[in-house]
Design a binder for this molecule. Structure first.
Ligand code: ZN
Length: 594
């Protein structure tokens, strides 16, 4: 019989500890200490209580927990001395049925890992969907994690231990993230479409208006119909638009969505999560035969990443009336204009048709967007959700430092005008200056010595600057200081300087009342509230220009890596994001009933 939360909350401490037995390998103290925080409002609250206990424990206690785990496909498995939970997990992952070669390879990895880190490799082999990683995924992860620094890997092992405990806890409580699982599966399913050249290598690349891109749009539209949307269509720029009507014809609508295009060799969740999560909410409403006093309009934006054409936020820009007419004549790498690409995709390819997509903000309550975090913060804090306070302001420069190329052997150190060293000095300063703010970031992502040689002092250095901060004022101060330091360094070193500003975007602070709705939605789930800025740009930035907006972030695994095939999210976290979105809809329904 599965345990209920009520039983756990009401049991004596001894009984309750018994109920949670086996969650953490040979370490009942974690659950026992967490039980002091009863009653728990939700499983998510209980999970977080255990996370907090372990986070506050000493490093020795954390290491003891890690060392209490068996090696993957290790001696304990062979001698059948694993705990029942571990046996079950390793069997499901197929580790009890390795070929002799696979087994030998895993033993070798175990030995290397132990020698480097001094503790066993811990992996939640049931994976982000709970149904088990393949042997190939397990071995690839093992090989990758061998390269991590020790402190990072210790923290990563603890995260996997929490994931293992989460799945064991779900099993004990007979809880299955049913919606999260199906939304997770929608991502897998959509990822079968990929552009030629990438598809063959098993990589996900969906750029604007390719055949794979059109196939994605058709799939999303079909799924919207299955979910019970009243109207579904693909608009003149390729956005997939689904509307679920409110209880009255004149009901205002909530606008939501994100993009379905990807970067080259990208992840499966970037953008798509923000389309599928509200679709799952509509599916629930439709299944319950419910209408809210507001309409729900979900848009799968056709283009956000600017990969095929230099036109980022094209999809959301069309809704705000910011489609740049010159884009239609822009050519891709193969010389195909955007107009031709549109017509090839069966779209009109005319400014007139695109102009009709502009939305009248007065008919909308606002815009919300769910997005995978694309950063390490939530993963590090072991939190499933984060509420976005602001999308960072940014500014970008392309620069060139010009010194004097001279002989590397004969030019004394005090006579050099080394352009690359000047930029190196700036790089160190930029790092320190941005760090001092706490939440600013500064990146020199491109740094070249054009025509450089091993035996020549760099005469020129071309480099980029990307500066971001949560507010325009903070970005401006960061920019001012870094440019001033750059000029000072160059003057001191006798270096000439050219700078060209290539992009400037204003911060998009969340509308306070919308941010508050997300905060209430997250708190209602028993999940601790964490507010954070968004370092990356999102479609919400565009909609921000015409209506109030706020975003919800969902934790990414593997340190939150994104724009990378390792991007991942658990079906448990996705389920929480669907529940948070449903809660936000209920809040809006209540507000608009009177
Ligand atoms: Zn995105």
């Amino acid at each position: 019989m599965p345990i209920t939360l009520q039983q756990l909350n009401q049991a004596t401490l001894t009984e309750a500890a018994q109920m949670l037995d086996g969650l953490y390998e040979h370490s009942p103290w974690i659950a026992e200490q967490a039980l002091a925080q009863r009653p728990f409002a939700s499983l998510a609250a209980l999970k977080h209580a255990m996370v907090t206990v372990l986070a506050q424990a000493s490093t020795d206690a954390q290491l003891a927990l890690i060392r209490a785990h068996p090696e993957l496909a290790g001696k304990a498995m062979v001698s059948r001395s694993l705990t029942a939970e571990s046996t079950n997990e390793q069997t499901q992952a197929g580790l009890t049925h390795c070929t002799p070669e696979e087994f030998a390879h895993i033993q070798q990895l175990n030995a290397q890992y132990n020698a480097k880190f001094g503790f066993p490799f811990i992996l939640a082999v049931r994976g982000p969907r709970g149904t088990g990683l393949t042997k190939r995924e397990i071995i690839a992860t093992f090989e990758r994690r061998l390269g991590h620094p020790v402190d990072f890997e210790r923290a990563e092992c603890l995260r996997h231990i929490h994931r293992i405990a989460e799945i064991r806890l779900n099993d004990k409580f007979g809880f299955e993230p049913v919606t999260g699982n199906s939304v997770w599966d929608w991502h897998e399913d959509l990822a079968r479409h990929s552009d030629p050249g990438f598809a063959e290598q098993g990589q996900l690349t969906v750029t604007y208006l390719t055949d794979a891109h059109r196939a994605c749009a058709a799939d999303i539209a079909a799924r919207m119909r299955e979910c019970g949307f009243d109207e579904v269509h693909i608009d003149a720029v390729g956005n997939v638009v689904g509307r679920y009507h409110g209880s009255t014809a004149d009901a205002p609508a909530l606008l939501t969505g994100s993009h379905y295009d990807t970067v080259r060799n990208g992840g499966k969740y970037d953008g798509r999560l923000g389309i599928f999560v509200p679709m799952a909410c509509v599916q629930r409403l439709h299944a319950a035969g419910r209408r809210l006093p507001l309409g729900i309009e979900v848009v799968g934006f056709a283009e956000e990443e600017g990969q095929r054409y230099k036109a980022t936020f094209l999809g959301s820009g069309a809704l705000t009336g910011h489609f740049n007419p010159s884009w239609l004549d822009q050519k891709d790498a193969d010389g195909v204009t955007m107009r031709q690409a549109m017509q090839h995709a069966g779209l009109p390819g005319t400014l007139e048709a695109i102009g009709t997509l502009q939305r009248d903000p007065s008919r909308y309550l606002g815009f919300v967007e769910v997005h995978i975090e694309q950063g390490p913060v939530l993963n590090e804090m072991d939190l499933p959700l984060g509420v976005v306070t602001s999308i960072n302001a940014s500014v970008r420069y392309l620069c060139e430092a010009v010194g004097m190329a001279s002989h590397a052997g004969t030019t004394p150190m005090n006579r050099r005008r080394d352009a690359a060293s000047a930029v190196a000095e700036l790089a160190i300063y930029a790092e320190q200056r941005a760090s001092a703010d706490g939440d600013s970031v500064a990146t020199i992502g491109m740094l070249q010595v054009p025509g450089g040689s091993i035996n020549v002092v760099p005469g020129r250095c071309a480099f980029s600057l990307d500066l971001r901060a949560p507010s325009n004022a903070q970005r401006d101060a960061l920019e001012r200081d870094i440019l001033a330091e750059l000029r000072a360094i160059c003057e001191r070193r006798g270096i000439g300087l050219k700078t060209e500003e290539t992009m400037r975007a204003a911060a998009a602070p969340s509308a306070p009342e919308w941010q508050a709705r997300w905060e209430r939605a997250v708190s209602a789930l028993g999940v601790p509230l964490h507010r954070m800025p968004s370092g990356a740009g999102h479609d919400a930035m565009k909609l921000h220009e015409v209506m109030p907006q706020a975003m919800l972030f969902v934790r990414g695994l593997n340190s939150g890596i994104s724009h990378n095939p390792l991007e991942s999210s658990t079906s448990d976290d996705i389920e929480l994001s669907v529940n948070a979105f449903s809660n936000l809809l209920e809040q809006l329904a209540t507000e608009h009933t009177h």
